[in-house]
Design a binder for this molecule. Structure first.
Ligand code: GLU
Length: 507
């Protein structure tokens, strides 16, 4: 059997280091067995998936040194490799499940399902579909479909017994069937859910081994059942431990930067990041931890992966990156790294922005240095050099951070919009808030145009500067963040309603 693995990212945001880690594990596993590695885009969530996100994910994985023999960009014999382009395929398999009696149409309204969930949660029960539509007679279901009634397709699951499936790292895992929900397979918009699309594609694309995050363990029974319904062999599963913060909590944006783009903008080498992520799967008992791709590949062994979860320890990444820059790169290699980091195009953007602010060209260094830096490590006194007091500024920066995450596009207009909203919510004058933002983003109360600077430095660096300043100001508890998020959302909703209610301006 030729080994074939895949990475199957959902293009719903920035390229996450967790995705890079899973991709690297699948890549190394395939190569170690003389097999192939492919990439598939799982964009069945039409509301959240974007082509831009797909593009940056592909770019980030390529930057990491990974390549795939089949994928949306390179094609291949099992395409298309974007699930949104495979609707006909899923419809055919969904019909088959229905015809074979393994699935049923469900006409329950979202209101009924909400009420059901609320009742179950008040009774301390896990949320589960109660099976009402299992009993709709076939002829009636067809008539309701013909009449255009919205519906979904759900899979049937056994009501008793235990599902046993094998995990390469954990051995047999048992999950009682009565804890497995009657999963929706086809949504009312005609798109499949992850579960159906994932199983159909892994089978049709000839995937033999699935290395994926451990958060998918609860989905394995549903997948096993689908493989059985279709009469297909299930790939071997290896659920990878999640990357963790040094305090062992799940790696999250709030505590650590999680986007590969951040590490690129901070000036980490892709070789160092790959080395760092790969260390969790090689025996470190012998030899240097500094490893190039070929060494990682030759020393890769999934049995070295500790199920406790690899710690994403930035100080270790720093140590490795420094060694890569100083000891491994040749002078030519170092020059190439610098040129890839400060591209002529970026320098031109900086020049365009700075032109109106300089007296001598030699002002450029001090005026623009914040655009070539990572963290600025501001002191409390520096941050408070303005009109806002500490609690107000802390709340304002937290609100702004949440607001920035809400924005799909990282543009000057979006950045300014968020800050205006925050000023309104905190009662601060916009100009006073902006002065503090200058300090957070550039280190000084006045500098180059703020919104353009933030756009240019990119969302990831801006996010990190917000994070470090918030930490200096005292930070926020999870409870506060929750309350502020709700506040901001309420405010944004009210503003959107106001805008919608405004009479159209006559032309
Ligand atoms: N699309 C899923 C994700 O984004 C893939 C899960 C899997 O590998 O089965 O994590």
């Amino acid at each position: 059997m030729t080994v074939k693995t895949r990475v199957a990212p959902s293009p719903t945001g920035d390229p996450h280091v967790g995705t890079a880690y899973v991709a690297l594990m699948n890549y190394l596993f395939a190569k170690q067995h003389g097999g192939t590695f492919i990439l598939r885009i799982e964009d069945t969530d039409r509301a959240r998936s974007t082509l831009e996100s797909e593009q940056v994910i592909l770019k980030a994985l390529t930057w990491m040194g990974l390549s795939w023999s089949e994928g949306p960009d390179v094609g291949g014999p099992n395409g298309p490799y974007r699930q949104s382009e495979r609707s006909d395929i899923y419809a055919k398999y969904a019909d088959q499940l229905l015809a074979d009696g393994h699935a049923f149409r469900c006409f329950c309204t979202p209101e009924r399902l909400d009420a059901l969930r609320a009742r179950q949660s008040s009774e301390g029960q896990p949320p589960r579909y109660d099976g009402r539509c299992l009993h709709v007679p076939a002829a009636e279901a067809e008539a309701r479909v013909a009449a255009g009634e919205p519906h979904v397709l759900r899979m049937k699951v056994p009501s008793e017994g235990v599902c046993v499936f094998n995990d390469m790292a954990r051995g047999d895992i048992e999950i009682p069937w009565d804890s497995v929900d009657m999963q929706v397979l086809m949504k009312s918009d005609g798109f499949p859910t992850y579960h159906l699309a994932n199983v159909v594609d892994d089978h049709l694309m000839g995937i033999t081994h699935v290395l994926r995050g451990e958060e998918w363990i609860p989905s394995a029974p549903k997948h096993q059942l689908l493989y059985r319904y279709f009469g297909w062999d299930m790939p071997q599963l290896f659920h990878l431990p999640l990357l963790r913060n040094p305090d062992k909590s799940k790696l999250s944006k709030r505590k650590n930067p999680t986007s590969v783009l951040f590490y690129e903008r901070m000036g980490y080498l892709p070789e160092a990041l790959t080395n760092f992520l790969g260390l969790s799967a090689v025996s470190q008992a012998d030899g240097d931890e500094l490893m190039d791709f070929a060494t990682l590949q030759s020393r890769f062994d999934v049995s070295n992966i500790s199920l406790g979860g690899p710690i994403f320890d930035i100080s270790k990444l720093d140590w490795l990156n420094g060694r890569w820059l100083r000891e491994v790169l040749s002078p030519e290699g170092f020059r190439a790294a610098v040129n890839a980091w400060i591209t002529p195009a970026y320098l031109n953007e900086v020049a365009d922005m700075a032109q109106s602010r300089v007296t001598r060209l030699s002002d450029l260094g001090p005026a623009t240095s914040f655009l070539f830096a990572g963290r600025l490590e501001p002191s409390l006194a520096t941050l408070l050099d303005g009109k806002l007091d500490q609690p107000t500024l802390n709340r304002a920066l937290n609100l702004a951070s949440i607001g920035f995450e809400r924005e799909a596009d990282w543009t000057q207009a979006a950045i300014e919009g968020v800050l205006r909203t925050v000023a309104e919510m905190t009662g601060a004058k916009f100009k006073d808030l902006v002065r503090h933002m200058f300090i957070v983003m550039t280190g000084k109360p006045q500098s180059l145009p703020l919104f353009r600077s933030m756009e240019l430095m990119g969302r990831d660096i801006a996010r990190e500067r917000m994070r470090e300043s918030i930490a200096v100001l005292g930070g926020a508890s999870a409870k506060e963040v929750k309350a502020w998020t709700a506040d901001l959302d309420k405010h944004l909703k009210a503003r959107a309603a106001e805008a919608a209610a405004e009479p159209a301006v006559e032309s």
